[in-house]
Design a protein. Structure first.
Length: 299
């Protein structure tokens, strides 16, 4: 095992601890707020950077990010100006998005937290050698663009070729009408191992971050709520909310297999815990009504 593995605490699959969340308003031009989740009693944690999609926001995958944090990682997610839900409803707000550039700045800070007054409390709590990066849609494309900065890369409902890092987990929805599932299949075919592809049955563009379908669901969803309150421009972005119809799998059904796949891929590299990785090959048997396709190439 590598020194990183020898120095790591083995994480049990049954961890279910409270997390602490901090909202920090950063006086910079690339992010309006950052959210950090972590497990208080652990030290020497790995880091996971999540990058939201077009019309998204830093907590658009709250359930998944909380799960990752509960298993021992520091999870960091930021609002990227020009591409958030607020920007979409304001038709851009004049900001030009640069998610890859934003992410590199954030990664520089979290590698050296003592250099930033807002994140200096993380100094000594994180391991700079254990970083993973994931994102949904445009955020997934940004994760691919900065793949040289992470050991595990997880693009969700996105595309691109993955050749950097140690492990790649590609997630997609079978009936995504924004970024067709064929794009994820092509990404898997063209990427280098270790690589895995998980396709989710009856799942649209937001199926891989289903919190966006869960929040406001009882009131008709984000678009309906916005229109109800006079934000008529919201109708222009209705297509981005693909995945929230009754014929799509519900968030409650999607969360367990999503959490299973991400935990398995992250922990075998970042925590040197090989408990779940080998089981990922059986995900179709574990969730036969949810998994459309699973492929892997480990060598």
């Amino acid at each position: 095992l590598s020194p990183v593995c020898l120095g790591s605490l083995r994480r049990a699959a049954s961890i279910n601890a409270e997390y602490m969340g901090f909202l920090m308003d950063l006086s910079t031009n690339f992010v309006t707020a950052m959210t950090v989740f972590y497990l208080p009693m652990m030290t020497d944690r790995s880091r996971f950077l999540f990058i939201h999609g077009s019309g998204g926001y830093k907590t658009q995958a709250m359930t998944q990010l909380t799960h990752i944090a509960s298993r021992g990682s520091v999870v960091i997610s930021a609002n990227n100006p020009g591409i958030t839900l607020r920007d979409a409803l304001d038709l851009g707000g004049g900001n030009i998005p640069n998610q890859a550039g934003d992410s590199r700045i954030i990664l520089d800070i979290i590698r050296n937290p003592s250099s930033n007054v807002y994140l200096s409390w993380l100094d000594g709590l994180v391991d700079a050698s254990r970083i993973a990066i994931g994102g949904q849609s445009a955020g997934g494309n940004a994760a691919v663009s900065v793949q040289d900065e992470g050991r595990v890369i997880i693009p969700m409902a996105a595309g691109g070729v993955l050749t950097e890092g140690e492990s790649h987990l590609i997630l997609g929805g079978e009936i995504d009408t924004v970024v067709p599932y064929a794009a994820q299949q092509q990404s898997f075919a063209n990427s280098t191992p270790v690589k895995r592809l998980v396709g989710y049955r009856a799942s649209g563009h937001l199926g891989v971050t289903p919190d966006m379908c869960f929040v406001g669901r009882d009131d008709g969803g984000f678009i309906a709520i916005a229109i109800r309150y006079g934000i008529t421009e919201a109708i222009l972005f209705e297509g981005l909310y693909d995945g929230c119809e009754d014929f799509h799998l519900s968030p409650e059904v999607m969360w367990p297999p999503l959490n299973f796949a991400t935990s398995a891929a992250l922990e075998e590299v970042l925590m040197c815990d090989f408990t779940m990785g080998p089981l990922l090959g059986n995900i179709t048997q574990f969730f036969p009504d949810v998994i459309h396709e699973y492929q892997q190439q480990l060598v």
